[in-house]
Write a protein that binds this ligand. Structure first.
Ligand SMILES: [Zn+2]
Length: 425
């Protein structure tokens, strides 16, 4: 571990610092990504680093299908004899989320800052680290003369847009990927750094804009309020159809799923292991408490229960510019997280029907959803049944449908501390 830490600090961190400077926003947030060239710059930076620090026998290629974001693809032959059978696919991505707001003074998305042992900036953890992490681990195995299986590393550049380019690459590269025995998706979180964790589910997501129009132009509020229903209040009424403002519980049954018994038990176990760290790791303001004191419920809330957030707004002036005007239009960006097994497309249609039905006072209400991504939870193979050997093509397509075709999901964790024990402990 010391050697990996040293390699990480010496060889990886300086390149991650360079990577943060590149505004390689995902195509969804930069429609002109091809002309801007930032995604290509990120891929070039990573590819050149990989060539400089190649694993033994590694083949590297930047694959480009027409009109799609590029993919960095590497193949590493098996190393050593015993235990070197098998085929592993490692996944990561180099495209980034947009700038967003709320950066602390001195920090920013494209301004790398190392402070207190942490590297701040956009994209280092999600998901720039992945390609460096994969290669650092393989190099370390090779230097320690430990065997490893054949490995393919696939780094895409469309993840934050819902990975719409990924299925085409999985199809095109299927003969070179083969049939993986293990897929390692280096794009998840974990409960802590003291145990080995496995991701057992990914939430789905509906993203859309709820707009409420009450007037064709703004009028004096002293004149109109009490006659014209205020747009934000109409929006509040519509939001109340989705979740309970007092509890945060999402009301429509269509957005809920039966939580599998196994997952409830895992949530309890994770809560026991992590304790209050489940909520303490978030930067709560002083005096603010989590939504419930039941720790297992907190785990399930962020993994298996639908939850609504308003992530953006339009039509509301900044406080300094707010006058006595009854505003014509209020638009809110809604982000509804869905349980892993709820079909996002039909849930999005239902959400639209729920908020657009019977608008208060006849206001003009619209819900436009740009993104509806279904989550994922793997089904456990039945005991004793041999692993299915389906062709690479159908398997990879299924994977693309399941979990990778989403943006910024949240994760549930299963503690597998036992798997981490060494024979001597
Ligand atoms: Zn990611």
């Amino acid at each position: 571990m010391t050697a990996i830490s040293k390699f990480w600090d010496d060889a990886v961190v300086p390149t991650l610092v360079d990577y943060i400077r590149i505004p390689a926003k995902s195509p969804h947030f930069d429609h002109e990504w091809a002309r801007h060239g930032h995604i290509d710059a990120a891929v070039k930076l990573a590819a050149e680093w990989c060539k400089r620090h190649a694993a033994a026998g590694m083949k590297l290629e930047v694959v480009r299908l027409q009109n799609r974001t590029p993919v960095l693809f590497m193949e590493i032959p098996p190393n050593g004899n015993a235990g070197s059978r098998g085929n592993i696919l490692i996944y990561g991505h180099l495209d980034k989320q947009p700038e967003m707001t709320g950066w602390r003074e001195g920090l920013g998305p494209w301004t790398p800052v190392i402070e207190g042992g942490r590297l701040y900036g956009r994209g280092g953890a999600d998901d720039g680290y992945a390609v460096f992490c994969a290669l650092a681990a393989l190099r370390s195995l090779q230097q320690d003369k430990r065997p490893h299986a054949r490995v393919a590393i696939l780094i895409e550049c469309c993840e934050e847009s819902g990975s719409y380019d990924l299925p085409a690459y999985l199809e095109a590269l299927a003969p070179r990927i083969g049939t993986p025995d293990l897929v390692v998706g280096l794009d998840s979180g974990c409960g802590n750094y003291d145990q080995l964790w496995g991701t057992t589910s990914l939430r789905g997501l509906i993203n859309g804009v709820l707009s409420v129009e009450v007037l064709t132009e703004g009028v004096h509020s002293g004149d109109a309020s009490g006659v014209v229903a205020e747009g934000a209040r109409v929006a509040r009424q519509l939001l109340e159809r989705i979740d309970d403002a007092a509890t945060g519980v999402v009301k429509p049954a269509a957005f809920h799923a039966q939580i599998p018994l196994e997952r409830s038990e895992q949530a309890k176990r994770a809560a026991e292991v992590l304790g209050e760290e489940i909520w303490r790791r978030f930067p709560f303001v002083k005096g603010m408490k989590p939504m419930t004191s039941d720790l297992a419920d907190l785990v399930l809330n962020r993994t298996w229960r639908p939850m609504l957030a308003v992530t953006g707004a339009e039509g509301l002036p900044a406080p300094a510019n707010a006058g006595n005007v009854l505003r014509p239009k209020t638009a809110l960006v809604l982000s509804l997280r869905l349980p892993p097994t709820v079909r996002a497309d039909s849930a999005a249609r239902q959400l639209q029907a729920i908020v657009e039905a019977d608008p208060p006072y006849g206001a003009r209400v619209k819900f436009d959803y740009g993104q509806a991504a279904t989550g994922c939870t793997p089904r456990r193979p039945r005991r004793g049944s041999p692993p299915r050997s389906t062709p690479a093509r159908s398997r990879t397509t299924a994977r693309a449908r399941c979990g990778w075709a989403r943006a910024a999901p949240s994760r549930s964790w299963r503690c597998s501390a036992r798997a981490f024990r060494t024979p001597s402990s």
